[in-house]
Design a protein around this ligand. Sequence first.
Ligand SMILES: NC(=O)c1ccc[n+]([C@@H]2O[C@H](COP(=O)([O-])OP(=O)(O)OC[C@H]3O[C@@H](n4cnc5c(N)ncnc54)[C@H](O)[C@@H]3O)[C@@H](O)[C@H]2O)c1
Length: 248
Amino acid sequence: MKFEDKVALVTGGASGIGLCTVQSLAELGADVLLADINADAGEKAAADIRAKGGKVQFIRLDVTDKASIKAVRDQVLATKGRLDVLCNVAGWGHIQPFVDNDDAFIAKVMALNLNGPIELIRAFFPSMIEKKGGKIVNVSSDAGRVGSLGESVYSAAKGGLIAFSKSLAREGARYGINVNAICPGPTDTPLLKSEPEKFLEAFLKVIPMRRFGKPSEVADGIVFLASNRADYITGQVLSVNGGITMVG
Ligand SMILES: NC(=O)c1ccc[n+]([C@@H]2O[C@H](COP(=O)([O-])OP(=O)(O)OC[C@H]3O[C@@H](n4cnc5c(N)ncnc54)[C@H](O)[C@@H]3O)[C@@H](O)[C@H]2O)c1
């Protein structure tokens, strides 16, 4: 996989799957923008990767804020001239009965997992059309493919992101823009660890490999779809999940 001369932006790059994606892209030679709402963690992660020789710069981004997205778009295009790879990794959810979801919870889940990625892609898509190429990888979830108890709105948002990715893939193909989705199963990150122990134990029982995914294993899927090795792959959904779901 070659990423030399490629400019990549990873949302949610300060933690978990996003951080592993940034690390891997930097190791492969990309010029990476680590975009996250958490400036302290993002600055530190970028500095750590730079110390190992990677080309990484932190950029503050709130994917739920259109003004923040526009500012990032303007800064990236002004300083780098283009964006070759966009990985929408930032997302959030919490297991809770649907009847307990209040307005703020639903708005947050939809904003982070669906509207945010759509707005970010909307910001960069015209520049990718102009440059006649780009790779977009959207991190959805197995919840968006098969549903997940206690995650109804999250599943709706992630399922929406899959449908959006497939439709946009059709539109982007004529410009050389690939759009694909990755669906992690339960993955060992701070987000998963924030759920009660009883849910984690229940997940482990139904994962054929009997372990959680490592964030680096999900990042491997993201990086593959973002690479030249996936030039003929678009509109596809790849689960990285130890076999917990097997969608035909
Ligand atoms: N961990 C899992 O088990 C699992 C399973 C399926 C899907 N996913 C999906 O994978 C993605 C990454 O999850 P993770 O487990 O690595 O999470 P994580 O909580 O470890 O990392 C999420 C990152 O997103 C950042 N972020 C939060 N709000 C933001 C905002 N408004 N703007 C920009 N950045 C923001 C956080 O600061 C954090 O750095 C998410 O989309 C999540 O829904 C995770």
